[in-house]
Design a protein around this ligand. Structure first.
Ligand code: FAD
Length: 446
């Protein structure tokens, strides 16, 4: 049996951030990092660029191999952890080896959800999640091939954009009545959908695939409307779910995701969890959820590492922000932006359909809870600040933030005089609005 002090299972951003935080606080005690995949730890959001060929797989690694050695981290690739004995403080690897630990972090991330559609096992289905997917998809993604993307969330969007750029004929199907249903309201989704269609994607919204069929050498999907969609390549982008398999027999409290304390400790003392595998309160909506976001995984991992090393841990501040570009159409959303008809809330909408241009704010109980920007993201950083800090807003102030006038600017200026002015002496000739525009760009507080 091997021995370590710190064992980290999962080498995504949560696992790596934890290892880094441990090494900042404790450079001496043994630390083993277990990565179930054969490739060195890499950046998941870049697998799409590895598929399109914009980057080589070797260019999306998170750290150089030499970094782990220099940090005194023993990295194990391609030998997943398959069991935990929480009482004996041991983990078991696929190879049969066991490792005794003092502190354990489970940062196993999430895995694609595969919908139980009849006939799915009869057709070659792919996910777009890991480097193995890239390797299996690349030979199939030839110009002129017919691709079917199931699900138009953030990963489906990346998939259809990549496939279109590679010269495939793309059909994209979404069961709900709008694209990006978890972040966009209906009107924003409509603009996004039109941009997708304008770029040559056959978009089917509010359409369910009810069966897959193999016709000789070909394949097709049958929809609930009775249409048949022939395809050569199928990508399932039907959501991710926390990879809880290791937790289930370890006596750790798990609901939708693994439940953790603010220190990222699970219900079993000495066992921590961080990243996409956890669920955490979403204070904007008052419910627990998985905060599937690179930054959140990094933040949780760092807190877990600090807690494991016994130093004061930061407070977890989740980011409820998405920033994306749909065939060149910039979109930023924050908070509960997906809700179409919020109850008991002030909803402010600004639109110029022809451009297209769309902004929406939701203020509830005197606080900003959501904002959407389509095609003009200026000022999003300031609103992100208001949402994150839950700055009290009267309806009049909220309205003034929405127009290009002095009242909203004065409010932000009084709130953050130093931050807005950036310590600079402003020439008298610049009026307040110019100063605001200069110094409150969308990147400032994002
Ligand atoms: C295609 C795609 C695009 C994305 N784009 C974005 C984006 O643009 N912006 C953004 O914020 N987020 C994006 N995300 C989400 C983001 O990648 C995740 O939120 C983040 O990676 C979660 O980090 P994590 O460390 O919790 O888990 P992961 O990054 O999933 O890492 C978990 C690791 O644990 C390993 N593991 C699991 N089980 C075991 C085991 N039993 N033994 C050993 N190792 C194990 C896995 O192999 C994996 O390497 C994207 C995700 C995907 C799939």
């Amino acid at each position: 049996m091997k021995q370590t002090y710190y064992a980290i299972v999962g080498a995504g951003p949560a696992g790596i951030a934890a290892a880094e935080a441990i090494r900042t606080a404790d450079s001496g005690k043994p630390l083993m990092l277990f990565n179930g995949e054969n490739t060195p730890p890499y950046c998941r959001p870049l697998v799409v660029e590895a598929l399109t060929g914009e980057r080589r797989l070797s260019d999306i690694t998170l750290r150089d191999v030499a970094w782990y050695e220099a940090q005194g981290i023993t990295l194990s690739n391609g030998n997943p952890v398959v069991g935990i004995d929480a009482e004996a403080r041991q983990i078991r690897l696929e190879s049969g080896d066991t490792v005794a630990y003092e502190k354990l972090l489970l940062a196993t991330g999430s895995v694609p959800f595969v919908p139980p559609i009849p006939g799915l096992s009869e057709v070659p289905a792919h996910t777009l999640y890991c480097t193995r997917d890239v390797e299996s998809l690349r030979p199939l993604c030839q110009p002129g091939a017919r691709a079917l993307v199931l699900g138009i969330g953030l990963i489906g969007l990346q998939a259809l954009t990549a496939l279109k750029g590679m010269g495939l004929h793309v059909t994209a199907v979404e069961a709900r009545k709008k694209v990006l249903p978890l972040i966009l309201d209906r009107e924003a989704a409509d603009l996004a959908g039109r941009r997708i269609e304008a770029n040559g994607v056959d978009l089917r919204i509010g359409t369910k695939v009810v069966e897959f069929v193999r016709n000789g050498a070909g394949f097709s999907a049958v929809t609930d409307g009775g249409d048949s969609i022939p395809f050569d390549v199928l990508i399932l982008a039907t959501g991710m779910k926390p990879d809880k398999s290791l937790f289930e027999n370890a006596g750790i409290s798990v609901k939708g995701g693994v439940q953790v304390s603010p220190a990222m400790e699970t219900s079993v003392p000495g066992i921590y969890a961080a990243g996409d595998v956890t669920e955490y309160p979403n204070w904007v909506e008052g419910r627990n959820e998985v905060h599937a976001h690179w930054l959140n995984a990094t933040r949780q991992g760092r807190i877990a590492g600090q807690s494991m090393a016994g130093v004061a841990a930061e407070t977890y501040e989740p980011v409820y922000l998405n920033s994306l570009s749909i065939f060149g159409l910039p979109i930023i959303t924050m908070g509960c932006s997906r809700i179409d008809e919020p109850k008991d809330a002030l909803v402010l909408v600004d639109r110029v359909a022809q451009r297209p241009w769309y902004r929406r704010l939701i203020v509830k109980d005197g606080k900003l809870v959501a904002a959407t920007f389509v095609n003009d993201v200026e000022g999003a950083g300031a609103l992100q600040y208001l949402l994150r800090e839950q700055v009290p807003l009267t309806d009049d102030v909220a309205r003034s933030l929405f127009v290009d006038g002095a009242a909203g600017v004065q409010f932000m200026d009084s709130l953050h005089r130093e931050a807005v002015r950036g310590g600079l002496e402003w020439p008298e000739s610049m009026d307040l609005i110019d100063k605001f525009k200069k110094n409150m760009s969308h990147t400032r507080w994002a």
